[in-house]
Write a protein of this length. Sequence first.
Length: 271
Amino acid sequence: MGAKLIGIVAPAARLDPSMVEPVRALARAVDPPAELLFHPQCFLSSGHFAGDDEARARAFLDVANDGNFDALWVARGGYGSARIAPSVIAQLNEAARQKVYLGYSDAGALLAALYKAGCRVAHGPMPADIGRDRGEAAVTRALGWLCRADKSALEPSLEPPAAAFNMIVLSQILGTALEPDLSGHVLMLEEVSEHLYAIDRTMLHITSVPSMGRVAGIRLGRVCDVLPNDPDFGQTEEEIVRHWCEVSGIPYLGRADIGHDADNKVVPFGR
């Protein structure tokens, strides 16, 4: 099996250039090794974003539409993927539908639209995770899955078809042109740096949308760095999700090994 060529773009926030060499070193060490191409756009700066919307969309298409690349790996999260998703989807060619796309967090908006367009996508670690505690393990896990479909990288409860999202990102694309058909899918959800009342509000919305009533069930990933609330909300994140599953009639299937941390596992969408 030859080396995989993986293109890295930043559809949201800018990637710290100091992260490039540590990620490349891990890519050289995997078997088979991976060749990484960090698009120059990853290091642009336009306010919050890694370049303006046009620059980010153009970079994404540079990699997506190039048949030489085996995969497109999203550099990091932040915010901005949904802003370019409609433009990107409208310009995909056949080569774009032959490669795999990996990312999570804000990238979920693009993954959703790509999945709807018939592309192969997965929720999983990104290059910027190298900056986390034990981040090398997360990046190595992603590379193992990208380079050799390493089954040990997968979320252990995975029973396809499945999909995984950040809660608020999914909530915000429901009812828009970016929403894919998740009928029959096990839906895995995770969140970071939110108040528990925001988790409750988001789950109310997700479970109230008619299309979400057709999922096979919901699994809850980790809810990290919960913001303090005064007074205390009075329910844990799992109690919140169980409540809205019970109210909506969507089966609650237990926990999932995904989240904004180094233990985040890979969840390929669909079958």
